[in-house]
Design a protein around this ligand. Sequence first.
Ligand code: PLP
Length: 435
Amino acid sequence: MNPTTEQKTAISETVRKHKEFLFPAVATYYQEPVALVKGEGEYVWDDAGTRYLDCFGGVLTVSVGHANPKINAAVVNQVNTIQHASALYANKPQSDLAEKLAEITPGKLKKSFFSNSGTEANDTAITAAKLATGRHEIVVLRHSYSGRSATALSSVGHSTWRPLPSQVAGIVHARAPYCYRCPFHLKPESCGGACAEDVKDVIETATTGEIAAFMAEPILGVGGFIVPPDGYFERVEEITRKHGGLFIADEVQTGWGRTGDKWFGIEHSNVKPDIITSAKGMGNGVPIGWTIATAEVADKFPGLTFATFGGNPVSTAAALAVVKLIEEEDLKTNARAVGNYLREKFDELKEKYPIIGDVRGRGLMQALELVKSRETKEPAPEVVLKVFEETKRQGVLIGKGGLYGNVIRTGMMLNSTKDNVDELVAALDKSFAEI
Ligand SMILES: Cc1ncc(COP(=O)(O)O)c(C=O)c1O
């Protein structure tokens, strides 16, 4: 469809108003920002009528396709039945979802608290861990992202996402398990798990020695899909428990089958988290945050707690429909199969283009780290920007991340096909060739 003059005006109007009336910190991708007006399955349309293959799903949030008819039906049905109840009353979608989540989560995780975002989910987890242990210190990872509240911001491991210094005391950052850029300049085959041992070092030197929890993303999402080496989380769990702490897995990006075969990213390790948090893909775009804990932890949360929209019937009906759909359509398996195919194609691109320094990820969470030279590993964020413009021209939307902004991230939908992958890879191949 060719854009009409009126639609072209609409583009500039939407973007102009965005620039004039929103905080400038609400930054958009692309030299000429895209205003999206429609989504269907794997595709989105801008207000000039241009169609794009959406390979980032609004940051791994549209998990089962835009305007998925089954999810939409659940939402519409719920809106027409009862939209809001508040936690002062029980509601069926919330109760049914909580029951289902207790069934699909690993170990003894049982009791849920629903909120509105990943930030709130992590805040709830940290508060619960402090209350359950009677301790106050939390170990997190450098290169991590946790959200925007005072607590979450204090946990973030990226200067770019920290407009203020730590506002909450007692949160300390261990080195990231970032093998491609090992913080200890060691090789994975002979490092002796130095990054896991750093958690011990940080606890012994930067805390009272007794912590409330260790919290990490199973794959560091905003950090550029950093995948910790095998055995990392097992050793960290051992250290954490020795120092009295609980294990919190932040599954905001890695949950819901995204990493293939398993519901949660942490299930690829032999670790039993005491708390899992999530948001994003859980609602396929409907706002929801979620914290689940063992009964032992949840039961120690005293007094009253309340989030007006937490457990909202519409959000929880959507999330329940997402979980059922992933199950019915076996999307965890699809994420593994299509994700492996994508990984093969990314590895082939790496063979072809020296600018690609590293390929990493799991399932349908795959990234390319771009460097000026494979020897120096100097980050190449300016090339990422060029690839962005070029792939956009070819009708494909991708994501980026990493501390240096030099990582191309993809979070294709869990029901993506190999044809979708071919479309993405062809656009990337052409872009790298042009650049
Ligand atoms: C791993 C992780 N945790 C927490 C958050 C915060 O979630 P929200 O933006 O919904 O508050 C994000 C957001 O990107 C995230 O990636």
